[in-house]
Write a protein that binds this ligand. Structure first.
Ligand code: GTB
Length: 208
C-alpha cells in the first residue's frame, strides 16, 4: 500500500480529513494540485467517474468520492474498528459527519452572507449528537479505543467549524478535548504546522 497520490484543487475541502489521516498513519503521498482554470478545460473532469475531484490513487487502484477514500484508508491502516459491529458504528458516524459537511458546504458556497449567522446559531443542535457519542464512548474516540477514519473526518470538520466560530466547542467538553488531543498527536501536529497544510485555504471560494 502507498505511496498514495491525491489529485485535487489547492484547498483543504474534501481532502482535509484524508490528508490528516495519511499524516497520522505515517504515510507519504504525492499531491497533484489542479488549477481551477485548467479544470474548466474539461479533459480531466471528463475522465473522472463522477466528473469531480478528489481522485485518489493507491498503486493501480483509482478511487473517487472522499468518503470511499477514507474507508479505503481505514481498511488499509486498521482504522475501521475491531469487528463488524464497530465498523457499522464507524460507518454511521461517517454518514452523520457527511450530513454536517454538506450543510456547512451549502452555507459556505451558496449562502454565506445571509446564512452564516443562522448556521452558527443552529450549530449546537448538530454538535450535541457528536458530543453525546464521544462522551458515552469514554475513550476519546467516536468508536472503539483508537482513531478510525470517522475520527479523522470529524476532526477535520471541527477544525473548519472552529475557524467559522472559535467558541463553537465551548459547551461541548468531550469534543473540545478530542480536538485538543488529536491536534497534539505528534504526526498530526507536524502536518498542521507544515506549509503544505497552512498554504491551503479551507474552501474554494475563500469563505471560511
Ligand atoms: N461527493 C464528492 C466527494 O465526497 O468526493 C464531492 C466532490 C466535490 O464536490 N468535488 C468538487 C468538484 O470537483 C470540489 S470540492 N467540483 C468541480 C466540478 O464539479 O466540476 C469543492 C471545491 C469547489 C471549488 C474549488 N476551487 O475553486 O478551487 C475547490 C473545491
Amino acid at each position: 500500500m502507498g505511496p498514495y497520490t491525491i489529485t485535487y484543487f489547492g484547498v483543504r475541502g474534501r481532502c482535509g480529513a484524508i490528508r490528516i489521516m495519511m499524516a497520522d498513519q505515517g504515510q507519504e503521498w504525492k499531491e497533484i494540485l489542479i488549477d481551477f482554470a485548467d479544470w474548466m478545460k474539461g479533459d480531466l473532469k471528463a475522465s473522472c467517474v463522477f466528473g469531480q475531484l478528489p481522485k485518489f490513487e493507491d498503486g493501480g487502484l483509482v478511487l473517487y468520492q472522499s468518503n470511499a477514500i477514507l474507508r479505503h484508508l481505514g481498511r488499509n491502516h486498521d482504522a475501521y474498528g475491531k469487528d463488524g459491529k464497530e465498523a457499522a458504528h464507524i460507518d454511521m458516524m461517517c454518514d452523520g459527519i457527511e450530513d454536517l459537511r454538506l450543510k456547512y458546504g451549502k452555507m459556505i458556497y451558496q449562502e454565506y452572507d445571509t446564512g452564516k449567522d443562522p448556521y452558527i446559531k443552529d450549530l449546537p443542535n448538530h454538535l450535541d449528537k457528536f458530543e453525546a457519542v464521544m462522551a458515552k464512548n469514554k475513550t476519546g474516540f467516536l468508536v472503539g479505543d483508537k482513531p478510525s477514519f470517522a475520527d479523522y473526518n470529524l476532526f477535520d470538520v471541527l477544525l473548519n467549524h472552529l475557524v467559522l466560530c472559535s467558541s463553537c466547542l465551548d459547551t461541548f467538553p468531550s469534543l473540545k478535548s478530542f480536538v485538543e488531543k488529536m491536534s497534539a498527536r505528534p504526526k498530526i501536529k507536524a502536518f498542521l504546522d507544515s506549509d503544505a497544510y497552512k498554504k491551503l485555504p479551507i474552501n474554494g471560494n475563500g469563505k471560511q
